[in-house]
Ligand binder design. Sequence first.
Ligand code: DLL
Length: 434
Amino acid sequence: MSSYWDPHLERMPLADLRILQEDRLKSMVSYVYDHSSFYRQRFKQAGIEPGDIKSLNDLTKLPFTRKADLRDNYPTGMFSLPRSSVVRYHVSSGTTGKPTVVGYTKGDIETWTESLARSLTSIGLGRDDVIQVAYGYGLFTGGLGLHYGAERIGAAVLPMGTGNTERQIELMQDLGTTALACTPSYFLHMTEVAEKMGISIQDDTKLKTGIFGAEPWSLETRKRIEDATGINAYDIYGTSEISGPLFTECINKSGIHVWGDLFLTEVLDPKTGEPVEDGERGELTFTTLHKFALPLIRFRIGDISILDNEPCECGRTHPRIMRILGRTDDMLIIRGINVFPSQVESVLMNIPEVGDHWEIIVDRKGHLDLMMIRVELTESGFSDKIGDLIKLKKNVSKELKNVLNIAAEVDLVEPGTIPRFMGKATRVTDKRKL
Ligand code: DLL
């Protein structure tokens, strides 16, 4: 049985939701035109005026916004409101160039908190829960975002932040943590540390729910986590530009619910910028409908997903996006073939001898791209017998080739060899770019 935080909004008939979205889109377009010199100029360049947006069908007339726009207008050149209306900043470090700065009004923080309150309720959490937040607190949106959402639903928050893993596990036991929010890779690390401490997450803690995201993780990893620890592991998604973590799956685990009263979701062909058919994969693009310090129009996030507009069995009518398959800029092109790290993860996590940690190293010899996949084995998978290892290596290589359509060099390594991460894991080193 699903419970709702805001039953009226979450189960709103689709026709009513559309009317609400249409009203909010029109207001938002006028708002950015009036408040943001950046958008006024963009609209003028595109030959668009707010009055041209009469219905949701006109959305595609609007120009795109990209992450580069935020960087080019660093720090606050894209804000729609002056400093005096801003009550908080978050800053995302980004891998290249300048960071991006996101600002929030009091109302923006409220909207973010309500979005998470709906999402956390949809995975069965409430006032009886102790939610341990092990996302980073500070400039990263994970810690404070989850913190506010968890407090809003009346849960008790344990604001751990990242790191100090043994203490995380001790407090998890002492305070009876029932839900843990962190990156999936950090949870995998936590289970290893717990094991070394002689603690079984399943038998010696009250943990029932994982709120895992901020980085790609596969269904196979979910299965492993759930089988090993007996918890329910839910996907949580968001990016700093659209506020931070905002959306989760519901207990049905059939896609991430994107609150349609707050955002319009499009999935576009990354090359042409045209919307793809429902059910096809493409680049996620969001238009904020209720965000005022830094509203964004058709913001191309770069994440690859699939949109499902059918109402969910849980009764919520808002659209769902499928598990993130990777980023357009994460995609490796190896000898002309597109490879997503998520495909590698899916293959590896289906092989029982393979442990939870792996990395991809790409290099170029002469004109030839080479992909090496370093794979950590489990204690029991790691055999002293050379013959066994050769056989396993062949099997891993074969399985990878079947899915990737390209041969990779596989290096099987001892348990504990590959670096562990407290926050987002870095699993790809592309030496061609160094
Ligand atoms: O990672 C916000 C967040 C915090 C989400 C805590 C979930 C939990 P950024 O640092 O701006 O914000 O990074 C956003 O991380 O564009 C995706 O590429 C990736 N990402 C976030 N959640 C998921 C997920 C936060 N569930 C970028 N699956 C996004 C796959 C994810 N990738």
